[in-house]
Design a protein. Sequence first.
Length: 351
Amino acid sequence: MGGEAYKTADGVAKEEEVEVEEERRSGEEMVAVVDGQKKNSTVGQLPQPMKIVVVGYALTSKKIKSFLQPKLEGIARNKGILFVAIDQTKPLSDQGPFDIVLHKLSGKEWQHVLEDYRQTHPDVTVLDPPDAIQHVYNRQSMLEDVADLNLSDAYGKVGVPRQLVIKKDPSSIPDAVNSAGLRLPLVAKPLVAKSHELSLAYDQYSLKKLEPPLVLQEFINHGGVLFKVYIVGEAIKVVRRFSLPDVSKPELLKNAGVFRFPRVSCAAATADEADLDPSVAELPPRPLLEKLARELRRRLGLRLFNLDIIREHGSADKYYVIDINYFPGYGKMPEYEHIFTDFLLSLAGSK
Ligand SMILES: Nc1ncnc2c1ncn2[C@@H]1O[C@H](COP(=O)(O)OP(=O)(O)OP(=O)(O)O)[C@@H](O)[C@H]1O
Ligand SMILES: O=P(O)(O)O[C@H]1[C@H](O)[C@@H](O)[C@H](OP(=O)(O)O)[C@@H](OP(=O)(O)O)[C@H]1O
Ligand SMILES: [Mg+2]
Ligand SMILES: [Mg+2]
């Protein structure tokens, strides 16, 4: 467990209200000094000791840049959360002690390190368990839980596009697609979700040009806008993003071949301020998303992920989950600094 800190007498650190000029740390003890005085404002009351939550992180430099922004670190510090970089060249057990380990790194070796650490440190929350992350790093297993859930209620129906997995032999693809009865156009995605080389195939014979292992997914017209549903523990935020445009029947007949879209989703701009057809822009109903997120959190065993959801164009309530990402770009999620730090506090508090 981390050490203790003294915070405002009401125990709540409000970074907009108080400006922390200096923080003095001695060992694991942290004292917030505000306006030159220890923040112990309520006359006649002793300051409330507050635990420091120590979060060890193992992230790529790209992720550190997009996620661990100064604003997040500042808000975290004011709430008594300390982010500490994990040194991968040293044994994990010799570092810390941590309350939480936050990670997004690849490699079998790192997975084993974490699995061992979870066994020997059951009191530390590892965000998230490596095996649960592996499950969504494969585009076949990724959507299985959504399909099994088969969510359908008064607010809408949530499914997944029909898809086929091709492990090898590209020459077999046209027949495999035909036998499975998949409708063109098809989106081809690398089986390993960490790769983002997406293609759109307009005719059956061009499918031979694709490079397995991949999944072939039916393209669903959705008005060119998708919903990114960010999940942080129990919190949910939805944003709109521009997406691939609809493919009309004449266009499908007119075109042939495979069109490649490297990193298409990363290039996609926000559509939150765009002047859109209201039937396309309308966000999925909140109760539907709450139910979906709650179920997936449990089934996937993940607390940090996002869902890419599209609504079939012309339908009011038919939704498809097309992608699930572990520890996505939270830097693009509105208010993530507050949501994420509150989540970390809730984890520490629930122990
Ligand atoms: N089945 C589909 N129907 C229609 N459009 C799709 C479909 N699958 C993917 N797309 C489009 O292609 C984009 C990329 O697909 P997807 O989200 O699966 O890839 P990704 O590389 O995993 O993305 P991310 O960067 O979100 O991880 C989507 O954002 C969407 O615009
Ligand atoms: O938040 P969305 O739009 O879904 O996009 C994310 C991708 O899904 C993630 O895969 C990226 O993270 P990694 O580069 O760590 O895989 C992530 O990278 P980032 O955290 O550096 O922004 C994003 O590109
Ligand atoms: Mg995506
Ligand atoms: Mg993805």
